[in-house]
Structure formats: C-alpha cells, structure tokens
Design a protein around this ligand. Structure first.
Ligand code: BTN
Length: 326
C-alpha cells in the first residue's frame, strides 16, 4: 500500500513542472494542509526540488537521479528485495559494513543498503572499491538462504548473472562474467561483487552481497593504475545512465534468479553463468594464496568451483582465487 507521502509524490510527479494547489492535494489525500506541509518538507529533505507558494501551492521541478527509497520502489514490482527495508545513505563507509550491522541486529531478508558514495568501499582480498559520488551504484543486500555454508559460492555466481543481465538489458553492452565474480566489458571490469557470510554451526545465518556497478564514472577520474583494468557504462557507451534505473533492473534480475535458486536449484543458474562467461575453454592463470596455477578452464562444478586442467594435465577444483586470462 502506498503511504500518503508516496501518493503525494505521485501526484506531484504526474504534474511535474506544474503547480498543484494545497487544497486539492488535501482533498485528494484526505489529510490536513499541515500534514501536506510536513510531507513536502520531508520530501525536500530527501532531495526532491519542490517549490512552494502560498498562492499557487506546490511544484516539483526536474530532479536528478536520486537513489532514495521512493525512487527505488516506484514500479519495481519485486516481492522481497527493495520492498520494505531500504537504507539509503548519501555517504557511508561501506554498504557491506552497514548491511552486516543490520543483519547482525536481525534485519530480514530483502533489506538493502545503498549509498551515493563510500569512503571505505571494500573489494575482495582487502582491496578498496573506488566509489565516487554519483558515479556508481553501491548496494548491499541481506539474504537468509536455507543453504549450507559450503553452498554460499552459488550466491556469488547468481549475483554475477543478475548484474550482467541488468547491464545487458539496459545498455546492450556485451557484459561477460569472469570467475568468480567480476563483470567485464571488453576485458575491463565494470562491476564487482563482495559476498560476506555469517555462519552458525553448519548453517548460514546471513549473507551480505555487495555489488559495485561503475555507471557514470569518467575515465579521467580513474586513478592511473585503474585505467587499464576498469571501465564504466559511460566510458563504454558515451552516455550517462540513470543509477536508480540500473539498480532497479539489478534488483529485478536478482530476485528472479534467487527464486530460481530456491525453487529449482543451482543448475539453471550455472547454465546461464556459463553462457554469460567466456572463461570455459580459456587459458588462464589463477593466483591462489602463495601459489599460481596455469591451465585451461574446463568447467564450473555444481557448487560453483572452477575446474582447471593445469599444465601438468591434472584437474584442480578451485574455490577461490584471482583469474587472469592469458
Ligand atoms: C571486488 O570486485 O573486489 C568486489 C567489489 C565490491 C564492491 C561493492 S560496492 C557495494 C559494496 N560495499 C562495499 O564496501 N563493497 C561492495
């Protein structure tokens, strides 16, 4: 059910750029003029540019790509993710850290944390994730799946599929997945995934899936060392894209694949992952802790592990490592 504030916002959006009288709004919504004023005040604080005039009423102007709950929920159509609990922050240290705090405090599955910028965006293996303000989508989702801890890699691979599908559906870019969790366009990283799990005995208590999507990042703003390895939707298409649009597309795909995982198991996800990855059959080197293996990728096993035929001809099943295409 839409709240009175959401309904008020819908009315203003329908009449974007046009004045709407307080009296009319009050009649339509069945609330007092003072209550309208209070909601308007809150909406302005969130970032909606609403002009007010005692004579003419209220007028919503053009607003930027706001990553706020009101915009995320509008027309989203999911049932779990982004429906009830959305923490939207202008700036935070890391959305994964915020989501882990919420999850440890009992936040339900479907809770999401989004931020306009991160001061300590975290990548895999203790790396940092470049998170400039307005440049990307930085989101963490809380899941409470009925999976054994050993099955958690399935969630990472599923998220990769959802992120690649979201990018492809909106931009038509040829997004590809590099095992386990990098999304590449023309061999450069456009999105990354950091999955963190908390276990209790032999079951998962919660999973926090963090996704960083490079949307409107300009080449010049990337550090020298990143320019060869990273890219963004803007850099690839020459166009700016709506962050909230991409976030919503991602949430829709994510929920769909999560449901498939729950109802039909990992096999359909694994098949889609293989279609979206060009790793199978490729020669790669894999950096493991204190070791590097080179060989050919044979497959992804039913748990999401990488199966490599190394240069000595033996088959290795790799649970975590950094893959470089040779
Ligand atoms: C990687 O490729 O190394 C993973 C990058 C994950 C980045 C995202 S941005 C949102 C979430 N919050 C974080 O601090 N990290 C993840």
């Amino acid at each position: 059910m839409q709240s009175k504030r959401d309904k008020l916002l819908s009315f203003l959006k329908e009449s974007k750029g046009i004045w709407v009288s307080g009296e009319w709004l009050s009649g339509e919504l069945g609330i007092s003029r003072a209550a309208i004023n209070k909601h308007i005040h809150q909406l302005r604080n969130i970032g909606y540019p609403i002009e007010t005039s005692t004579r003419k009423g209220y007028c919503l102007g053009q607003f930027p790509d706001l990553l706020v709950a009101e915009e995320i929920r509008e027309g989203l159509g999911t049932r779990v993710f982004g429906v009830r609990d959305i923490m939207s922050l202008d700036e935070t240290d890391s959305t994964n850290l915020r989501a882990k705090d919420l999850a440890a405090g009992g936040a339900p599955e479907g809770t999401i944390v989004v931020a306009g910028t991160q001061t300590e965006g975290r990548g895999r293996k203790g790396r940092t994730w470049f998170s400039p303000s307005g440049g990307g989508v930085y989101i963490s989702l809380i899941l409470r799946p009925l999976l054994a801890p050993s099955e958690a890699p399935r969630i990472t691979l599923m998220t990769g599929v959802a992120a690649a599908e979201a990018i492809i559906s909106l931009t038509r870019l040829d997004a590809r997945i590099k095992w386990p969790n990098d999304i590449l366009v023309r061999g450069k990283k456009i999105a990354g995934i950091l999955t963190e799990i908390s276990t209790e005995m032999d079951r998962i208590d919660y999973v926090v899936v963090g996704v960083g999507l490079n949307v409107n990042i300009q080449r010049e703003s990337l550090a020298e060392g990143l320019r060869e390895r990273a890219t963004s939707i803007l850099m690839e298409t020459g166009e700016s894209f709506s962050r909230v649009g991409l976030l919503k597309a991602f949430l829709k795909h994510f929920e769909r694949y999560y449901k498939i995982l729950q109802d039909k198991g990992f096999e359909p996800i694994r098949n889609r992952w293989k279609e979206l990855s060009d790793n199978i059959g490729q020669r790669v080197s894999v950096e493991l802790i204190g070791d590097v293996r080179t060989g050919r990728v044979v497959d992804i096993d039913p748990d999401g592990l990488l199966i490599l035929e190394d240069d000595q001809g033996s088959i290795q099943r790799i649970a975590s490592g950094d893959v470089t295409l040779l």
